[in-house]
Write a protein that binds this ligand. Sequence first.
Ligand SMILES: NC(=O)c1ccc[n+]([C@@H]2O[C@H](COP(=O)([O-])OP(=O)(O)OC[C@H]3O[C@@H](n4cnc5c(N)ncnc54)[C@H](OP(=O)(O)O)[C@@H]3O)[C@@H](O)[C@H]2O)c1
Length: 262
Amino acid sequence: MRRLLPADPADPADPAAHATTPGPDTLEGLAAVYAYPAEADRGRPWLRANMVASLDGAARVDGHSEGLSGAADKRVFGVLRGLSDVVLVGAETVRSEGYRPARAREAFAADRAARGQAPAPAIAVVSRSLDLDLSTPLFTEPLLPTVVITAESAPAAARRAAAEVADLVVAGEERVDMAAAVRALADRGWTRLLTEGGPRLLGQLASAGLLDELCLTLAPLLAVGDAPRILHGPEPAAAERFRLCSLLEEDGFLFARYARPV
Ligand SMILES: NC(=O)c1ccc[n+]([C@@H]2O[C@H](COP(=O)([O-])OP(=O)(O)OC[C@H]3O[C@@H](n4cnc5c(N)ncnc54)[C@H](OP(=O)(O)O)[C@@H]3O)[C@@H](O)[C@H]2O)c1
């Protein structure tokens, strides 16, 4: 993996720094590129999104994001999970991508323990219908109980069933209120927040001004078709400008990290 930006993160005047700084080809170096900002260690929730898009902006091919991904994208995906406390995801992505619990990985174990994190992030699913298969490993075998975030309007029987196998959060009346959902995660002591979309969930998070960072993989593919973009929803009053923090490349894929200006 090539680092395009920043051109040289080590101090150019200090040759020793070059020798000791692992590059983004290693999991350690990739984790350093994507480290959460210090605020997240000090208790301020930081919400980053990880999404992949084709050159023409499609968020899926043949109904899934898998067709847009590649080996390096999967490594970045794993590193971002390895750094996070919780992964927030919309129910349609859980259903269509067959979500499983996040794994504890040896490569991240020591750093996670040092930061006081559980061995793997929890998964938090946003759903009003609660049309979720509660017999799947996401609910029966997670390391940390899966969180289900729903609204008062959800069917009562489905709420009771979900509460038996998951950490059920009611955050909103007719629909889930995104700010209340993020607060509920922070209330559990989680500040390194990661969302994996999908587009409809991410559109609401961004419109509510809750998105701090976007980790975007640009896949070297032209998808055409009518797939949604990576954010989908009502247009906000003004488009928000983000700043480019880092850019990596492998096999024609670009890996950009954009954050809200401080
Ligand atoms: N390119 C990428 O990086 C990427 C990433 C993720 C997903 N995807 C693709 O995107 C597609 C799925 O994304 P999507 O945008 O259709 O769906 P989504 O955002 O994953 O999930 C939408 C669902 O989340 C629940 N939800 C969202 N907002 C809610 C609110 N305010 N209150 C209550 N519930 C709420 C609803 O679930 P209920 O219907 O259960 O009420 C809704 O149907 C799939 O094709 C997936 O492969 C691509």
